[in-house]
Design a binder for this molecule. Sequence first.
Ligand code: DGJ
Length: 727
Amino acid sequence: MIKFISGTDSFYLSTDNSSYVIKILKDDMLCHRYYGQKISAEETELPYLCGRKSNSSGEFLDEENTCFVSKENTPFEYPVFGDGDLRNPAMITENRFGQRTSRLIYKSHRITKGKKSLSPLPSFDVGTEDVDTLEIILSDSVSGYEVSLFYSVFEKEDAITRRAEIRNTSDTDIKILSAQSMSVDFEPRDFELITLNGAWARERYIERRPITAGSLAIESRRGATGHQGNPFAALVDKNTTEDSGISYGFALVYSGNYKAAAEVDQYGSLRFQIGINPFNFDWTLAPGETFVTPEAISVFSAEGLNGMSRRFHNMCRKHLGKSAASLKRPLVINSWEAMYFDINDRAVEQFVNNCKGLDIDTFVLDDGWFGVRDDDSTSLGDWFVHKTKFPDGLKNVVRVCRENGMNFGLWFEPEMISPKSELFKAHPDWCIHVENKKPLESRSQLVLDMTRGEIIDFVYDSVAAILDEYDISYVKWDMNRNITDIGSAALPAEKQDEFYHRYILGVYELMHRLTEAFPHVLFEGCAGGGGRFDFGILYYMPQIWTSDDTDAIERLKIQYGTSLVYPTSAMTAHVSACPNHQTRRTVPFKTRGDVAQVCNFGYELDVAKLSDDEKAMIKEQTALHRKLEDLIATGDFYRIDSPFETEFCSWELVSADKKRAFAVFATQKVTANRGGYYLKLKGLDPEKIYRINGKLKLHGDTLMNYGLPAADNPTDFSTVTFELEEE
Ligand code: DGJ
């Protein structure tokens, strides 16, 4: 619900459990008033700037005209540079005189039903919910532009999506040096910051740290969101746990350079912002033009981190483009770790035939099928079939898949070009580069300049030609390097700093065109594993290859961390061969299956090398996964034991009607002579009686409060699973 309360000049936004209040203060300053647990609309009469001190950066008399308040100490809804607020601005602009001072004041507002699509820029959509949108229009008196702040309220999910649009209503160019998607100020409070950080093969580890005076930021300067961080941050109280306490979760629907920053000022007030990274960003806005920031989302939970995650998960699964579409998620077998570049018609035919009877839906032919690609040093951009490996094209592979009752999927890395390729010979200037410098290679590859329309057209045509020619139901879209040598031959000097954002807009345009033209194809995101795992990609591709690390024990932390924001239906997880190719660790086949089960499940190994027992286990695992598909698509996910804090790791999916649940309990490393351990399930109906693994019968309250014995003599890397059905 969104209300404008004219008596107090306040906007009151409310969800089922939270309120967000904005107030127009004297001189039309737009100020933030409150964000948190639900409060009554009528109480917006409360004294507002109480206790705020005057400093020396622009004073004004408070509402009661009793004392002076400093702008430096005023919570602005969209703070700008140069007008007395010396903390992080949400926006910095520069006018034709090279001056950066702005003064943004309230002009008007409208409240409308529904929510506009920003396509091809990804954004959340209303789905079946009744969503209201507030637009507050601000105007700048110095350079003559307008800013619209948009707020869309998703009541059931306690979520608010936000963005800013900047319109140049003056008659000369202005430059935007920073335009954050959202800014929010909090009264002094001992918050902690949670972020997801890591590296290749250990993405999205949970980091939690106190926020003290000064600035704390996570960001990407890589051209993509990256393995090292994620465009997400949570502000939580010190006592917030998985299941209790306050959490504010913020995320960006964006796949390029981002920044999320928290700043604590001299009085302990906290400002949080998230948006495009202002680093190397400078956007020229001509008269009449509009700049749209990516969308940000905030969710509020008074039910701890699990509550925050469930709200993010629901927003993703119900309101985010292809993630909310009902494309069936196939159970796949992928060629990469099984064969790497050692693929050809006969080998693939044999590989697929070996999968007979295992109930696998789709065979995915990974890297190495195109150009003359026999290793990773050539052919990116040459999206035609490797003639030596597949003399008759991919017809035979498709036929063999069909004969075995399987669909066919194919790997592409559309944004790349190998210096050794036909494409490079024809268009050496299509890679991202600057004059007088040989661009840096990474994995022997360069990046295509996706800011250029003719390059987007070329990649579209090449990928579409293959998708038209062969019966393909699945595409794995990889992206294996960071972007360097920033520069575009197609942009004038004053627009070179628009490159990073224009790059990702170009990628979104390509994704938009391909996913629209091939609606039956399931596109899976990938970036050297999970290097671009964000809501931007999930708008176009409902699932992402979570990490190149396929070791089940490593995956506990990766999947646990990823689940803080993203549902398990967004993660792909495969059972791979042991010793594991990344860690050389050997983990039981059962554990490998159990850890992957709650995600989009599959295999990445050579079935011919498995024992009969292991093959039999594949049949059990695929049968179990069929039973879990619904739970993964619509169930509530609960983290139970953290692999970052204990020797165990456990999680659980519970159906919306609480009639079914599935829990996985893993032991990372056994402690000698440890006492017993009871797994306390979550989210069940206390009064329902559940049958566990077809045997034991217990009430929901017993299972949640007393628990189930879970670590009776465990061994390193072992798992126990519990399937619960209402009796
Ligand atoms: C990186 C991906 O994450 C892998 O799964 C695989 O597709 C390789 N690229 C292929 O080059």
